[in-house]
Design a protein around this ligand. Structure first.
Ligand code: PBG
Length: 342
C-alpha cells in the first residue's frame, strides 16, 4: 500500500468536522469581539488611592510600589486636578503620619488639622467635582501600627469604635464625601452612621470595607504609610481568615444592616470569588480593592520583562468587572484613565 497524497490545505472544500456550534465564529474579527463582549472597563469604574506626606512641596517615591509617590498636599491637589480632568470619579486618601505624632491611642486621628483633613479641605476647595473618600482606621496614627487601641496584645473593639466615630466626624467636617471604615471592628458602621446623622451629615456616604482579609498583599501599603517597621504582630484577630467565604457574606450583611451604602472586598484578584458571591447575594454597589501587593507584583514582573505590564493591568481590572464589581480601587487609576481616553 502506498500512502495517499495529502490534499493541500487550500484545496480542502468542506470542514472536516460537522459542528453546529463554532464559538470561534464570534471571535473572528475585532468588531465582532467588541460586539459580543459582556464586561467592559470604563473610567467611571475607577477610584484612585493616593498617599499623603507632610512638607511644603514635592513627592517621595514608595520603593515597593514603583510609579507611586507619597504626595504633599500641593501635589495632591495637582493630581486631583489631573484626575478630575481624566474623569476619575473619586480619590481615596491615606496619610503617612509624622512618626513623632504617632502614639498608642492614635490621637492624631482626632486632630481636625491632621494631614488628611487638611488635604480634604484643599482638594475640595480646588476640585469640588471629584469625590473624596477618607479611610477610617487608626493604623496610620498608632505607634504600634494596629487599626485599634490595645490592651496588652488585644485590640479593643468598643473602645476603638468610640474613637472611629470621632475620626469619621472630623473627616466629614473637613468635607469628605465618603467615609470608608477599613478597621474591621464590629459595629463600627452603625455607630458611625448614627453619629453622622446626628451631626447633620445625612448625605455623607459610607463605603464599608466589609470583607477585608488578613492578607500578605498589604505589605507595600504599610511601607507607604510607614507602619511596616512598627507593626507589632499581625491583624488576624480583626481582619478575616483567607480560608473563609460564608463569613464574608455575614460581614457584608451586618454592614448593610448597619447602614453601609456600598461595600468593599479586599484584596482584589485573589478574592474574586468573594466579589462574585457578594454581588450575587446582595445586589448592592460592590467595590474591590486591587491592593498594593497586587500592584507591586504586576509592576515588578513588567520591570523584569516577564509580562506585558500594560496588558496585565488592563486584564486584571477587566476581571474585576466580570466578577461583578461596580468599581475598583487601583493605584493604576490615572494610567488606565489615560489609556482609556487615548
Ligand atoms: C488599614 C488599611 C490597609 C490597607 C488599606 N487600609 C492595610 C492594612 O490593613 O494593614 C491596604 C491597602 C493596600 O494594600 O493597598 N486600615
Amino acid at each position: 500500500l502506498t500512502s495517499l497524497p495529502r490534499p493541500a490545505l487550500h484545496e480542502a472544500t468542506a470542514p472536516s468536522l460537522s459542528l453546529s456550534q463554532r464559538p470561534r465564529r464570534n471571535r473572528k474579527a475585532d468588531w465582532s469581539r467588541r460586539l459580543v463582549r459582556e464586561s467592559v472597563l470604563t473610567v467611571d469604574d475607577l477610584i484612585w488611592p493616593i498617599f499623603l506626606t507632610e512638607g511644603a512641596s514635592g513627592r517621595e517615591a514608595v520603593s515597593s510600589m514603583p510609579g507611586v509617590d507619597r504626595l504633599t498636599i500641593i501635589e495632591a491637589v495637582r493630581e486631583a486636578e489631573r484626575a478630575a480632568a481624566l474623569k476619575i470619579p473619586a480619590l481615596a486618601l491615606f496619610p503617612n503620619t509624622d512618626p513623632a505624632l504617632r502614639d498608642p491611642m492614635g490621637s492624631e486621628s482626632l486632630n481636625s488639622r491632621n494631614l488628611v483633613c487638611r488635604a480634604v479641605r484643599e482638594i475640595k476647595k480646588a476640585v469640588p467635582e471629584i469625590g473624596i473618600i477618607t479611610d477610617v482606621a487608626l493604623d496610620p496614627y498608632t505607634s504600634h501600627g494596629h487599626d485599634g487601641v490595645m490592651d496588652g496584645d488585644r485590640i479593643l473593639n468598643d473602645e476603638t469604635v468610640a474613637l472611629l466615630i470621632r475620626q469619621a466626624l472630623i473627616q466629614a467636617e473637613a468635607g469628605a464625601d465618603i467615609i470608608a471604615p477599613s478597621d474591621m471592628m464590629d459595629g463600627r458602621v452603625g455607630a458611625i452612621r448614627m453619629a453622622l446623622d446626628e451631626a447633620g451629615f445625612q448625605d455623607v456616604q459610607i463605603m464599608a470595607y466589609a470583607a477585608k482579609y488578613a492578607s500578605a498583599f498589604y505589605g507595600p501599603f504599610r511601607d507607604a504609610i510607614g507602619t511596616s517597621a512598627t507593626l507589632v504582630g499581625d491583624k488576624r484577630t480583626y481582619q478575616m481568615d483567607p480560608g473563609n467565604s460564608d463569613e464574608a457574606l455575614r460581614e457584608v450583611a451586618l454592614d448593610l444592616e448597619e447602614g453601609a451604602d456600598m461595600i468593599m472586598v479586599k484584596p482584589g484578584l485573589p478574592y474574586l470569588d468573594i466579589v462574585q458571591r457578594v454581588k450575587e447575594t446582595f445586589a448592592v454597589p460592590t467595590f474591590a480593592y486591587q491592593v498594593s501587593g497586587e500592584y507591586a507584583m504586576i509592576q515588578a514582573a513588567a520591570a523584569n520583562g516577564w509580562l506585558d505590564g500594560e496588558k496585565a493591568m488592563m486584564e486584571s481590572l477587566l476581571a474585576f468587572k466580570r466578577a461583578g464589581a461596580d468599581g475598583i480601587l487601583t493605584y493604576f487609576a490615572p494610567r488606565v484613565a489615560e489609556k482609556l481616553r487615548a
